[in-house]
Design a protein around this ligand. Structure first.
Ligand code: FES
Length: 152
């Protein structure tokens, strides 16, 4: 009877040491997976300039508009500066469906609650001939890229 109790206590003691060991290993292994938020790259490629028709083309994947006027291109963010909804092009202005902000054709705020204009992004031609956008680099309104070899 007494030996059964001792065996039980011995098992409990060994079990708790083993459980503490496993918990410690788990905590150490967790250190190999840091709390990092993986975000998409800010520089990405679009299509070739010839793909884009004259006017405003929405790129849903990158949430932006590629605007083409003859051989000049510029890119305006489609992310509303209020709370981040995707704005829609209505032919003469951008409208935000969430809270009603309106932006003119250059992304300037016509009516709120959006506090800032839609940013223009830096655009260039990559070595492979595709348009390349850096969404981390805002450029002044009116900046554009002219693609000299482009025929329409
Ligand atoms: Fe566009 Fe609120 S998110 S107006």
């Amino acid at each position: 009877m007494d030996t059964d109790r001792r065996r039980l206590l011995r098992w409990l003691g060994k079990g708790s040491v083993f459980a503490a060991f496993v918990a410690q290993i788990g905590a150490a292994a967790r250190a190999f997976f840091p709390n990092v938020l993986y975000e998409p790259p800010t520089t990405f490629k679009l299509k070739q300039p010839a793909f884009y028709p004259q006017g405003y083309t929405f790129d849903a994947e990158h949430r932006l508009f590629v605007i083409r006027a003859e051989a000049r291109f510029h890119v305006i963010s489609a992310v509303c500066t209020h709370l981040g909804c995707t704005v829609q092009w209505r032919g003469t202005e951008f409208d935000c469906p969430c809270h009603g902000s309106r932006f003119d054709a250059n992304g300037n705020v016509i009516s709120g609650p959006a506090p800032r204009p839609l940013p223009w992004f830096e655009i260039s031609i990559a070595p492979d001939g595709l348009l390349e956008v850096d969404s981390a680099s805002a450029v002044p309104e009116g900046s554009s890229l002219t693609v000299a070899t482009e025929k329409t």
